[in-house]
Design a protein around this ligand. Structure first.
Ligand code: NAP
Length: 291
């Protein structure tokens, strides 16, 4: 009988997860279908409950459901508890395990594709939404020396760091943390001495109102920084272009997307993720969508 893995989110028309997950499943000739299912918040509970049927191996959870899904699984792992969000569900004998592979996806991409080790480094995160929580958790767990979070709504940055202080204390980690408002006149000062800058806002994302805008101007970006934009469509965002002009090293968001998917694939199937196949399918899917 064909097994199923589903992606639950709303809206899903721009998602490319189905393309690279199905390519990985087909690589191993597995009788498994990966299906994107748009579900609004009011429909999430029943969509998650349906996963208890033996037809399902698991699910990916995306915007806007990652935080709500944490409350709907039976067993949330340490990472998803620490982040406060679930992006992957693994079904085993009717029980639902909640995981967060965004954390590992972010770190694998940074280390393997970017060649950057965050331990002992000073990092600045732009944004304090769901993606920023996974990135902050990853950096604290990796022993980053300091973590600054700049957000338009500074209260959200403060709340994020309060949660991360607990993660650091529980793990005996010493990461200096500070929340800052995102005001233009402060930017150059904030960025001095930063080794890693991660854009966790949606600025620069195709089809968004801020599509053409970079969260940082070229003059503010230190030439020796590593600039990581979580936005993956387009591949070359306004921020990455500004960073390249400033002489900084850069990494786009596609690597994180594929690596978080690769980890999820391994959890569902127990097989090594065919990364090359997944990257190729992801790039093809983006090209077909007119990047
Ligand atoms: P989210 O929870 O909605 O958070 C959005 C963040 O962007 C908030 O901090 C928000 O600030 C900020 N923001 C939005 N518009 C802004 C503007 N005009 N000026 C300044 N700040 C602005 O979204 P998310 O889930 O964290 O996702 C953020 C981005 O990461 C998206 O582009 C998403 O596609 C990307 N992402 C990529 C991956 C990957 O695998 N590559 C994974 C997850 C997410 P306020 O708090 O002030 O509203």
């Amino acid at each position: 009988m064909t097994k199923r893995i589903v992606l639950l989110g709303y809206p899903l028309r721009h998602s490319i997860s189905s393309a690279f997950q199905q390519a990985a499943l087909d690589f191993y000739h597995l009788d498994i279908r990966y299906e994107a299912r748009e579900r609004e918040p009011a429909q999430l509970r029943s969509a998650v409950e349906e996963l208890r049927s033996p037809d399902y191996l698991g699910a990916n959870i995306t915007i806007p459901h990652k935080e709500s899904a944490l409350r709907l699984v039976d067993d949330a792992d340490e990472t998803s508890m620490g982040v406060g969000a679930v992006n992957t569900i693994v079904c085993r004998s009717g029980r639902l395990g909640g995981c967060n592979t965004d954390v590992e996806g972010f770190l694998q991409a940074l280390r393997l594709e970017g060649g950057f080790e965050p331990g002992g480094k000073r990092a600045l995160l732009l944004g304090a939404g769901g993606a920023a929580r996974a990135v902050a958790y990853a950096l604290v767990k990796s022993g980053a020396a300091s973590l600054m979070v700049a957000n338009r709504t500074v209260e959200r940055a403060t709340a994020l760091l309060a949660a991360m202080e607990k993660v650091a204390a529980a793990g005996g980690v010493r990461t200096e943390m500070v929340a800052v408002p995102w005001e233009k006149r402060e930017r150059r000062k904030l960025l001095e001495g930063c080794h890693l800058i991660v854009n966790c806002t949606s600025m620069g994302m195709r089809h968004s109102p801020e599509e053409a805008r970079s969260p940082l101007e070229e003059a503010a970006i230190p030439h020796d920084a590593f600039v990581y934009d979580l936005v993956y469509n387009p591949a070359e965002t306004p921020l990455l272009r500004a960073a390249m002009r400033a002489g900084a090293r850069t990494l786009g968001g596609l690597a994180m997307l594929v690596h978080q998917g690769a980890r999820a694939f391994e959890l569902w199937t127990g097989r090594e993720a065919p990364l090359g196949v997944m990257f190729a399918a992801a790039r093809r899917a983006l090209a077909e969508r007119g990047v």
